[in-house]
Design a protein around this ligand. Structure first.
Ligand code: SGN
Ligand code: CA
Length: 522
């Protein structure tokens, strides 16, 4: 995609030629090789909406009461990316994208429902390990394959994993730990940095939380943190989808209809809780069950019920995210205390974005903003300027190449992202991408979001729902940031449509995606 990047100056150009001779992409960090190679800590969450992060201008709480003080601290010390786009907005596939630096159609993991990840392929942890890094993954894996080559240490949840007392697979052996999963993953991560790894090597730690995934169960510590709060409804909460197509109308992910008793904690505690954990649960949620019964008894309207559900959803969601934020703080504190902070890159991101009531939804999958964009904050003392923002079109597909680059390791030519390192250093390369390809495949499936592909150029977004229906949508994010009006067929838009369609064709060609998306085997 960005094969020629960095060739603006002669010296770098010569290095590009050398790199192409040895079959690898140019590494911006060649000069960094001589220095001490940095450690890399990736804190990766599940379904954490950027709309719930202070540094992203969250509107749920008053400014001074940010739901994420620790993420905001990371942002103050690093760079916040406001245009981080995911290639396929769903969990397993995104993890495969991160591992391989390749689109789903190339790494073979297209949906959560498909076969497991082909772990014989090249991944960046394998390459970092080969380059002398100590490597670990702790927490959510969700790639549906049992072996995790490339990691010296793997201590992972089974499938989605529960919020409490998670069974985990620690280097191949099943262990059950008592407590709240976010806190357990944080502690295991700190323990590995403190005494699990080979201290003579630089390290890669992937700390992968289950939170903030459905069904959003908080740590008892935060059960009542937002208990009596009333959150503002997003502008598009009552969206009737009249400005869009069939897919937006036929999805099954509304707060009104899809959000169920389990999500709302009306069914009692989940299985596997201790007596004390059950008691905490009842102390918190019994009053909610009573509230629900009262609403039913007095025949509350669907509108009132939906608003009530939204309030429950936000109370739980933000409380779950508060433990994630604590995790970030604890890891940052540990790095400082241990003297590792200076030479350790810290990345925060989520596998994809999430709807917090926008368009009346929860879940993800669509190429619309809240699920197409995800949070990305990066800190690297001495390299990334503090408190900076970038609106460059970046993506988790760039992680692999970025980390290989900072480690001075070879970047395979068939990876499909680009190293973000120049952007971290404050300069967007002249040939940085100006458009981004998206493709979602999981249909028919839970939440009923139809298959679609599309392209985004920073202002316009062209989407093609090609399966089950044949519908095109075009949005102008500058004039319609909420994506309420499909202007694909609007008179006067023909040149934009033509340009975006050409960009889509070109992107697909470059990325080796089938010309006809129906030809893609799932
Ligand atoms: C579960 C959830 C869905 C969610 C998928 C995928 N249902 O099936 O709401 O979309 O995971 O999420 S639940 O009732 O089991 O919670 S993903 O993040 O793993 O892709
Ligand atoms: Ca997810």
């Amino acid at each position: 995609m960005l094969r020629m990047r960095g060739c603006a100056c002669l010296l770098v150009g010569a290095m590009c030629i050398m790199a192409s001779i040895v079959g690898a992409k140019h590494s911006y960090a060649d000069e960094a090789k001589a220095e001490k190679r940095p450690n890399i800590v990736i804190i990766y969450t599940d379904d954490h909406a950027y709309q719930a992060i202070g540094a992203y201008g969250q509107k749920l709480l008053p400014d001074q009461e940010s739901p994420t003080p620790q993420l905001d601290r990371l942002a103050r010390e690093g760079m916040t990316f406001t245009n981080c786009c995911v290639p396929n907005s769903i969990c397993g596939p995104m993890r495969a994208v991160v591992q391989t630096g390749k689109y789903s159609h190339k790494n073979g993991f297209l949906t959560n429902d498909g076969k497991g990840f082909d772990n014989t392929q090249t991944t960046f942890p394998k390459l970092l390990q080969k380059a002398g890094y100590a490597t670990a993954i702790i927490g959510k894996w969700h790639l549906k394959c049992d072996a995790r080559p490339g990691f010296d240490y793997a201590d992972v949840l089974i499938g989605q994993g529960p919020y409490f007392n998670p069974p985990m697979i620690q280097n191949g052996t099943r262990v059950v730990r008592q407590g709240y999963t976010t806190e357990i993953i944080t502690q295991l991560s700190i323990d590995w940095m403190e005494r699990g790894r080979d201290p003579s090597k630089p390290f890669l730690l992937m700390c992968h939380h289950k939170a903030t995934h459905r069904n959003w169960i908080p740590t008892p510590k935060y059960y009542d943190r937002f208990k009596d709060r009333e959150f503002p409804l997003p502008e598009t909460f009552w969206d009737d989808y009249s400005g869009r197509g069939t897919a937006a109308r036929t999805q099954d992910m509304t707060i009104a209809r899809t959000m169920n008793a389990n999500d709302l904690k009306l069914n009692g505690p989940p299985n596997g809780l201790s007596e004390a954990q059950k008691k905490d649960w009842h102390d918190m949620y019994d009053s909610r069950v009573r509230e629900y019964q009262e609403l039913r008894e007095r025949g509350a309207s669907e509108k009132e019920m939906t608003q009530w559900k939204y309030q429950c959803y936000m109370r739980d969601y933000l409380a779950v995210a508060a433990a994630v934020d604590d995790s970030v703080g604890e890891i940052l504190d540990y790095l400082e205390k241990s003297g590792l902070a200076e030479n350790t890159i810290v990345i925060y991101s989520s596998d994809q974005g999430f709807y917090l009531g926008e368009h009346g939804w929860f879940d993800k999958r669509f190429m619309y903003e809240q699920s197409f964009k995800t949070a990305l904050i990066a800190r690297w003392s001495g390299v990334i300027a503090s408190g900076t923002k970038s609106d460059a079109i970046v993506s988790p597909i760039d992680f692999a190449e970025t980390f290989l680059d900072v480690a001075g390791a070879e970047i395979p030519r068939d990876m499909q992202g680009a190293s973000m390192l120049p952007i971290w250093r404050g300069e967007v390369p002249q040939d940085w991408r100006t458009s981004f390809y998206y493709h979602y495949y999981e249909f028919p499936a839970e939440h009923s979001v139809k298959r679609h592909e599309g392209v985004y150029d920073g202002r316009f977004k062209l989407i093609h729902f090609y399966h089950d229906v044949d519908e095109w949508e075009l949005y102008d994010l500058q004039n319609d940031p909420n994506e309420l009006e499909n202007i694909f067929a609007k008179p006067g838009m023909e040149p934009v449509v033509a340009r975006m369609k050409a960009a889509l064709v070109e992107q697909k060609k470059e990325l080796g995606a089938p010309e006809n998306p129906m030809d893609q085997k799932l």
